[in-house]
Design a protein around this ligand. Structure first.
Ligand code: CA
Length: 222
């Protein structure tokens, strides 16, 4: 599980970022000041999200220290009038920046892109409010972890990995129920799938993740 440190003195934004990132399956550390940020460097997060305008100094100072300590990727948050600080931040080795206000989904894309670039294999599958972490076999829906049985989990991961394609019942039987698939009733797939939908879909009657493709199987996403 990747750790992200947020250093932002705007408490509402800090809270919103934290909620969204935990929801996407990240471990989140939070700070509100330059001093907090410098302390958080030593927790060795995989990424720091730092507001440039902090009450006790410039967020870029954390970047300078982080650069001295180790190469922690940094994403800066700036207000429009902080362009000069931003350029300085890039000189100090910042990886990216976002100008406030920004949609949370955009921030998440930037975070994923930086982590992909900078840190090993990031397997996490994220789609809308759903995050699947194959390393831990964990699933998160809008911030809360959802408990799935091993079969439900395997089914969800199989569907998500084939996003946009039709996954047939046969594929599911072969991959989720192993070679014994031939002895499993097709109805078992339906039953497990319906249970899975109830756990992950905000409205199982009008699913946004898993849809039936009549006569063929199922599909994940649009
Ligand atoms: Ca600020």
């Amino acid at each position: 599980m990747k750790t992200i440190a947020i250093v932002e003195d705007d408490r509402l934004l800090n809270e919103a970022l934290s909620r969204m990132l935990s929801g996407a399956g990240y471990r989140v550390l939070r700070g509100y000041t330059l001093q907090d940020g410098i302390r958080l460097i030593y927790e060795d997060p995989d990424l720091m999200i730092i507001d440039i305008g902090l009450p006790d100094g410039k967020g870029t100072e954390i970047c300078r220290r982080a650069g001295e300590y180790s190469r922690i990727p940094v994403l800066f948050l700036t207000a429009r009038d902080e362009e000069r600080d931003m350029l300085e931040a890039f000189d100090l080795g910042a990886d990216d920046y976002l100008v406030k206000p920004f949609p949370m989904t955009v921030l998440l894309k930037h975070v994923e892109a930086i982590l992909r670039r900078t840190g090993g294999e990031e397997n996490r599958i994220i789609y809308r409010g759903l995050a699947i972490d194959p390393d831990r076999k964990a699933v998160f829906c809008d911030g809360r972890e959802v408990r799935l049985t091993p079969r439900e989990y395997s089914m969800l991961e199989l569907l998500a990995r084939n996003k946009g394609k039709v996954v047939t019942k046969r594929m599911i039987l072969e991959q989720v129920w192993d070679a014994d698939g031939a002895f499993v009733e097709e109805n078992t797939v339906n039953v497990t799938l319906n249970r899975l939908k109830k756990k992950v879909e905000p409205d199982p009657a009008d699913p946004i993740y898993i849809r039936n493709v009549f006569g063929l199987g199922y599909t994940f996403g649009e």
